[in-house]
Design a protein around this ligand. Structure first.
Ligand code: ATP
Length: 494
């Protein structure tokens, strides 16, 4: 079964992934807080992204820039003039919609053919009784909608104590601009040669007119963006370098999502039509994911040409060029931008990992997270919480493993229940300490000093010496599969 959004929202709240922001005050529209497991999952996503796209590559560096930037940045980037969505308002209930989203919403209809009965009709469909299509407000079904007006999505604020025009600044609506304005700083300080990329992960803010669908579209979110600069005069494999690298990045990003668990059938590429392209973009391709709300953008990969560097050079008066030693000339690099949303990636990883299975006649919910993404890596569970020696060994194991991974100890239920709890949050391995491990001191038995490891997906169990646990998990959490490792140890029949 594919997870519905309601199922994910409720699991997220119940198990500490995502909470409604300021819930005790009634919640803040479209703002969400990551709970104890959500923050681990989110950090893991950002960490593997950084490791794979920055740390592991010789042609990449990172920055972490300020959210508040000089206000001219947004003039130069085009955001002040063009970062707008057309909005319409209901004259009756004052509800505000994105003009281009109105037809995608279910609509409220007071049907004249049924004495004004109220119906909620699916998006785009006519009323089954009177045949009318929507003309009024989809929310209240009564008010007329205003003509579309452009609404800038940037959050405005003031720098310093005086609220005057000169102090106006904006919360960044994307992380990308900091890479452009720091182009020369990074180039000079790191002595880079084209092609090279600069990455950043951080918060962005957009005053979205119609946020919603849980963490899919929010007003405060995180992005992981890369600006990959190439020499437009270079050719790679007989093609212009920018086109070659654009395709390389599309392939690398797609492979990255597949590597961490998104299934092929839930991923696709969407090429932007010419009339949809931003005026500066040569080509843009979105990676779309089949979210519970349908196919939607997970990330975008755009060829932004030399637009941004030229704009910032024009507005700042500073040269933002690269000296091409071979051709003995200054060039303005082209840039390929892979831009992903952390929250959307998290939602996709969660939706894809969600399974409802039947195990011995009982329903089990399991999040089949890739081990590197799983918020908890190991849960250590004592089989008998009243036996002090068992509890002591279990807690020592937890403390030992926790020096390397997020590991929890839980003794608040019977073992079957504890396993289900860990399955539901995607913990790949459970370690159980039992009587056999510690033996019976009164009878002079020392125990076998082995524990049971249970794997989440197959539910198979093996018996492993306590002394080898850290080494075993180093393998299992470092890429060795269960199928390869398990045969080395005796199985346990459950
Ligand atoms: P959309 O068309 O969905 O509004 P966009 O094309 O404006 O997105 P970009 O500007 O390309 O988005 O931003 C890159 C990525 O940042 C998106 O693919 C998405 O993952 C994420 N993102 C953008 N806006 C939001 C938002 N309001 N909430 C959560 N994530 C977002």
């Amino acid at each position: 079964m594919n997870a519905t959004m309601d199922v994910l929202v409720s699991l997220s709240k119940r198990r500490g992934f995502v909470f409604q922001s300021s819930e005790i005050y009634g919640g803040t529209g479209s703002c969400w807080d990551y709970g104890p497991l959500g923050v681990e999952l989110k950090n893991n996503i950002k960490r593997v992204w950084w490791r794979d796209f920055v740390q592991a590559r010789a042609d990449m560096v990172g920055i972490d820039a300020s959210i508040l930037m000089h206000s001219t940045v947004w003039k130069a980037s085009g955001h002040l003039d063009h970062f707008t969505d057309p909005m319409v308002d209901c004259r009756e209930c004052k509800h505000r919609f994105r003009a281009d989203h109105v037809n995608d919403l279910p609509w409220t209809h007071h049907c004249p053919a049924t004495k004004g009965n109220k119906f909620t009709i699916p998006p785009g469909e006519p009323c089954g009784h009177c045949g009318q299509r929507r003309t009024l407000c989809p929310e209240c079904g009564k008010g007329e909608l205003t003509a579309p007006r452009q609404f800038n999505l940037m959050f405005k604020t003031f720098m310093g104590p005086v609220e005057e025009d000169a102090a106006v600044t904006y919360l960044r609506p994307e992380t990308a601009q900091a890479m452009f304005v720091n182009f020369d700083n990074v180039l000079q300080s790191m002595r880079l040669k084209l092609p090279f990329g600069v990455a950043q992960a951080g918060r962005s803010f957009r005053n979205e007119i119609t946020p919603g669908n849980f963490i899919f579209r929010t007003r405060e979110f995180e992005q992981m963006e890369i600006e990959y600069f190439v020499n437009p005069h270079d050719r790679v494999d007989g093609r212009p370098a920018d086109e070659y690298w654009h395709d390389r990045w599309i392939g690398d990003c797609m492979a990255w999502f597949q590597r961490y668990g998104l299934r092929d059938e839930n991923l696709r590429l969407r090429e932007h039509d010419k009339d949809e392209l931003a005026h500066y973009a040569k080509r843009t391709v979105d990676i779309e994911y089949k979210f519970p709300i349908g196919w939607s953008e997970l990330m975008g990969i755009a060829n932004r040409t030399d637009f941004d560097l030229k704009q910032h050079s024009k507005w700042s008066g500073k040269s933002l060029t690269y000296f091409d030693e071979e051709r003995k000339e200054h060039v303005v690099p082209y840039v390929v931008e892979p831009a992903a949303g952390v929250d959307r990636a998290l939602l996709a990883f969660m939706a894809d990992a969600y399974r409802e299975e039947e195990v011995r006649g009982e329903k089990r919910v399991v999040l089949r997270f890739h081990p590197e993404l799983a918020p908890l890596k190991v849960a250590v569970l004592p089989l008998l919480k009243k036996r002090e020696d068992i509890v002591r060994v279990a807690q020592t194991i937890r403390a030992d493993l926790a020096r390397q991974w997020r590991v929890v100890y839980d003794d608040t239920a019977a073992i079957g229940r504890l396993y289900r709890r860990q399955d539901e949050v995607g913990t790949p391995y459970c370690v159980t300490v039992d009587v056999q491990t510690v033996g019976d001191a009164e009878r002079g038995e020392t125990g076998d000093q082995r524990v049971t490891i249970r794997e989440r997906d197959s539910m198979e169990q093996i018996r492993v010496p306590v002394a080898e646990l850290a080494a075993v998990f180093r393998e299992l959490l470092g890429g060795v599969t269960w199928a390869d490792l398990a045969p080395r140890y005796p199985p346990v029949r459950s």
